[in-house]
Ligand binder design. Sequence first.
Ligand SMILES: [Zn+2]
Length: 435
Amino acid sequence: MAPKKTDTNTEELKKAILEQEEQRAYHSERFWKIETQVKDALVRQATDDALRDVSLGALVLGSSDIHYECFADYVVVRFRIDGVLVDIFRLTQAQYKKIIERLKYAAGLKLNITNIPQDGKYSLKIDETKKIDVRVSTLPIHYGENIVCRILDSENTVINFEDLGFFWTSKRMLERTIEKKSGMMLVTGPTGSGKTTTLYTILNRLNSRDKKIITLEDPIEYQLDGIVQSEIDDKNGVTFESGLKACLRQDPDIIMVWEIRDFETLQTATAASLTGHLVLSTLHTKSAADTLDRMINMGLKPYILASALDTIVAQRLVRRICPHCKIEKAKTPTDTAIIEAMMKETGMNMLSSEHMKLYEWEGCGKCNHSGYKWRIWVYEIITLTEKIRDIIRKWGTVEQVIHEARNGDLITMKEDGILKALKGYTTIEEILRVI
Ligand SMILES: [Zn+2]
């Protein structure tokens, strides 16, 4: 494992850079346009239009969620854009009342129930052929009902394998695993780290008529053509464990079980890997090293882990610097100091920081003056080589595994992030914010 240093100097630099970044204004004339449209519609009593204007506005700005948050005198509408919450505009309680009634009606929620949480879904028609689902959940709070709407846009979910942004060595490691007939690959990271997109994109690449691919999800959010998708149903006894066993009786080549939460599922999944299936799944862990620890702590025998598992992909999403207003940055002594400190921490100090370029942004209409547009992934990938399998079989420590992996191709998440910042895909500030 990379040495965990609490270098106060690095921490101070990091704090200073992040504070500076936060002070940069983030506002756009588009927010004002959405606000005007919504409020005009409310004056006309056209609540359906108002709801549509908020939803379409969120979609146009590339948001994943719409938040309505109640305070004593007003309600704030916020969008999550590229992973970050942004205040868009405010409503009075009276204006919000009109929107919430329409929203609850559209989502099939009970209008008269305001004191318990509810959830539902509405569809947003974009044009004659396209509609987008929006999942709605309410939470009663002191000042009213807060609402969060998740925009389920399937077109953003499956992307081109090349666009996942793996560096060459990482991509080669991953391809070796998924091209095998049997084995196991785990994608790990917190909620919102883009695990769905990574897994769906890999499944889509593996999807061909000569293979049977079955998924077990909770719930199915997107339909993948040509893949058999099934869903957890606790009420009817379809758990991850029982569902996985049922899927295995369907003669699959590849199985994707959305999440491994308990030992029974882990045991069934590893058994599937050992009996000639390719198993893909996710675990809710922070890093590749963490994942090994978790699996052993769940009760899996090291010799089974060593044989069943092939690759762990730990990942985070960071915002991509806006390509329209990106400029090369004149490095300050602070920048050089932070690059050098990070390089040292990650063992990359053989590279000279002198010729490295950094980038910053000016802000433009295309990124709503945020400096960022879309997101990219940063990864840490461990592939179990024979040597690593041996270490695990002999009850070696996670540190020994990481040490051995570093002799090979392992790039830590921080290194991957720094390399992507130096290549101009994102900024050092963004890497510091997320990792
Ligand atoms: Zn821009």
